[in-house]
Write a protein of this length. Structure first.
Length: 358
């Protein structure tokens, strides 16, 4: 199968999710970017800029699944998975770093993410849908490079770890973890895994979404009157790459992913002792969303020397992967600041990749 045929497999994967999907490709600073867009997505690249609130531009395709590639099979390909409630835009800087050292990069969009109206999708979501989707994307990606690596942010890191643990022979490259959600707290995880916990999560999501959208709708009406703008984008927050509420039903499915990883091992002492892939880990010690002890255990139990841990201080959970802030207003509740140590992190990450993969 030639390179373009493999790209079409990626397109077909998402066309099943969105029958109205469109494909575009453009040149970007020495590489090509294949993007799958759909009117179902918050920022799909298909609508004119003047329809958007404020200065948000449709032209960056931040919520769209995409592949950054050289146009040919390379020695290395990596799948980078975004976190819970956000989008491929969060992995953009990391992806571009890998492209610059010769990787093809696949940025999937997880089920129930990037949508204009995500509530119903999350209420029916099963964690197995995420796992299946990542498995299918990896099957495609491995045809774009001779060594397949995988990585992810937060929930994406948990899914990447699950892939390595459950299907180790498919990941012939390395594992890259950014604020990986391997431990969200024992009590929290147990509650979210119960049926009662999931019912509470669904109710909580419904209440949060109603409150948030009613508030947003009133503001949109005022904005529309002031600026003559269409109300079509009702529900888009200040950060267009991330839902403006945390869906607890999504968190319950993350708990299921973590439990699936745990069930692979007989005890905590054996956890991760079978990993053979070189593993790069970056995590803030004071991360209040994903406990540091989760990645600390992985580092302690990793069976060989091909492991690197970069510990940060004071970097917000999702900001670890951000070279630039995603929202310009530091006073806004959805402000996503940059990682002030991004350049140092990137240098260590690429040096690790050079050492073990190139």
């Amino acid at each position: 199968m030639d390179f373009n045929q493999v790209l079409q497999l990626f397109v077909a994967h998402y066309a099943k999710r969105w029958p109205d999907a469109a494909v575009s490709e453009r040149e970007r600073d020495g590489f090509k970017q294949l993007v799958i867009s759909s009117p179902s997505l918050l920022r799909d690249g298909s609508l004119p800029d003047e329809s958007l609130p404020d200065s948000q531009s449709q032209q960056d395709y931040g919520n769209c699944p995409q592949i950054l590639h050289s146009g040919e099979v390379t020695d290395n390909v990596i799948v980078l998975i975004h976190g819970l409630t956000d989008s491929p835009a969060y992995m953009r800087a990391i992806a571009e770093d890998f492209v610059r050292i010769g990787f093809n990069v696949v940025l999937p969009l997880l089920p129930a993410h990037g949508l204009r109206r995500p509530g119903r999708a999350f209420h029916h979501l099963q964690h197995t849908e995420w796992i299946e989707a990542i498995g299918q994307v990896c099957d495609i990606a491995q045809q774009l490079g001779r060594k397949l690596s995988i990585g992810g942010l937060s929930t994406g890191g948990a899914l990447a770890t699950h892939k390595v643990v459950s299907d180790p022979e498919s990941i012939t490259g390395a594992l890259f973890l950014y604020s990986a959600a391997l431990d969200i707290g024992t009590v929290e995880q147990l509650v979210l895994q119960t049926e009662a916990g999931r019912m509470i999560a669904r109710l909580r999501d419904h209440q949060l979404w109603l409150a948030k959208t009613v508030k947003d709708q009133l503001q949109m009406i005022l904005d529309d009157q002031a600026e003559g703008r269409s109300n079509e984008f009702f529900g888009i927050g200040k950060n267009p790459y991330k839902y403006s509420v945390l869906f607890y039903e999504g968190a319950s499915q993350l708990a299921e992913v973590i439990q699936a990883i745990n069930q692979h091992y007989e005890s905590r002492h054996l956890k991760f002792n079978d990993l053979h892939q070189p593993t790069f880990v970056v995590h803030a010690k004071d991360d209040d969303s994903a406990r540091y002890r989760g990645v600390e255990l992985l580092v302690e139990n990793h069976p060989n020397d091909a492991i690197a841990l970069l510990t940060l201080e004071g970097v917000p959970h999702a900001s670890v992967v951000l070279r630039e802030p995603l929202v310009d207003d530091p006073e806004h509740e959805e402000y996503a600041p940059a990682n002030e140590f991004y350049d140092q992190m990137s240098a260590k990450m690429l040096a690790f990749a050079q050492r073990y993969l190139i």
